[in-house]
Design a protein around this ligand. Structure first.
Ligand code: NAD
Ligand code: DAU
Length: 332
């Protein structure tokens, strides 16, 4: 029975990973999470007390990190400031958590020789033209665009250096855009679903032509467990499920699910430096580690996600007004 330390386990992907791990393994899970605005304590309600524990704390706090890593067999590091729009209005917490926090964890992991898996993003590779036949692979050069993605790129490079210089037993995964339950209403898909539920028209940045490569969060979780079990130390794996969609098409699917007109949205101020397209080639993960996504189609996963937000207003309601007020100030 493995003891896992999951940082950021009260956020969207971390909490889904914790549930998935408790359901599919015998692992004991300790979550270290600062409970920032992005976390919701209710997300972790009902988890089995004999296998799960929440420690409220900061990954930049070396004493807390040292103590928790000393008790762990492996760390899965999700904690981050994760929202591009926020990184444009104030990059400060991004530099602190994503860079200093990752450094703090790496130092403790090397002192205790603990297996480390670092969760990262496809955004470290920059963006692609809409008609580029190539997709991102493990050898695509880093070229991040935003304060968020540049701090994630920096954190990846720290992990690589700790592997090479100190022999840290680490792996890295770079995943595409996740969707599913428990995602904060600041993010694209939950924002548009909850807008429609509130009678507000969905908001598309620019012309809505930007493309994201969607993956259901449970498929991200299964990929991370696969890499933790079978991944080669020092290696990077790209995680994706061939889910490319334009933002406009995603909004049209959401409107259709609510029986609304496909054109019932507003075009708003574009994001500064807005990446045009992300696309992942996950051949390596599929061929070397025999991973496969379980969600057959984006439409199927989106329909489940829409149902989840319809049924869990109690979970998202408290964040909605503040989030929309922030967007309104930015003309979005
Ligand atoms: P999120 O914003 O929903 O959750 C982040 C969590 O980290 C929150 O619970 C927050 O309280 C916690 N946290 C933030 N700062 C902390 C600190 N200093 N100490 C301890 N905890 C702290 O983010 P998410 O969307 O779940 O993303 C999780 C990870 O996955 C991030 O590393 C992100 O870069 C990566 N990622 C996200 C996506 C995506 O589509 N959302 C895709 C690929 C990779
Ligand atoms: O690619 C992985 C990344 O995906 C992760 O690393 C990030 O943590 C995660 O937030 C996500 O980043 P994006 O910037 O792609 O996600 P976001 O949900 O903010 O936006 C998705 C797309 O939708 C993007 O092109 C911007 C656009 N958008 C977003 C919002 C909130 C809109 O058109 N309207 C909106 O209201």
């Amino acid at each position: 029975m493995r003891k896992l330390l999951v940082t950021g386990g009260a956020g969207f992907i971390g909490s889904n990973f914790v549930r998935y791990t408790l359901d599919h393994t015998d692992d004991q899970v300790t979550v270290l999470d600062k409970l920032t605005y992005a976390a919701n304590r209710a997300t972790l309600d009902g988890l089995p007390a004999d296998r799960f524990k929440l420690v409220v704390g900061d990954i930049c706090d070396a004493d807390t990190v040292e103590q928790l890593i000393a008790e762990s067999d492996a760390v899965v590091h999700f904690a981050a400031e994760s929202h591009n729009d926020n990184s444009l209005s104030d990059p400060t917490p991004f530099v602190q958590t994503n860079l200093v926090g990752t450094f703090t964890l790496l130092e403790a992991a090397r002192r205790h020789n603990v297996r480390f898996h670092h969760i990262s993003t496809d955004e470290v590779y920059g963006d692609l033209a809409l008609d580029d036949p190539e997709r991102f692979t493990e050898s695509t050069p880093y070229n991040p665009s935003s304060p968020y993605s540049s701090t994630k790129a920096g954190s990846d490079l720290l992990v690589r250096a700790w592997v090479r210089s100190f022999g840290l037993r680490a792996t890295i995964s770079n995943c595409s855009n996740n969707y599913g339950p428990y995602q904060h209403v600041e993010k694209f898909i939950p924002r548009q679903i909850t807008n429609v539920l509130d009678g507000i028209r969905p908001r598309l940045y620019g012309q809505g032509l930007n493309v994201r490569d969607w993956i259901h969060v449970d498929d991200h979780s299964s990929a991370v467990l696969t890499i933790l079990d079978k991944g080669e130390i020092g290696e990077t794996y790209l995680i994706g499920a061939d889910g490319e969609e334009s933002n406009k098409h995603v909004v049209e699917l959401i409107l259709d699910a609510f029986g609304k007109d496909a054109g019932d949205y507003d075009l708003v101020t574009d994001r500064a430096g807005h990446d045009l397209r992300y696309a992942i080639d996950s051949t390596r993960l599929r061929s070397e580690l025999e991973w496969q996504p379980r969600f057959g189609s984006f439409e199927q996963g989106l329909a489940q996600t829409i149902d989840w937000y319809r049924e869990h207003e109690d979970w998202w309601r408290a964040d909605k007004a503040d989030t929309e007020a922030k967007y309104a100030k930015a003309g979005q």
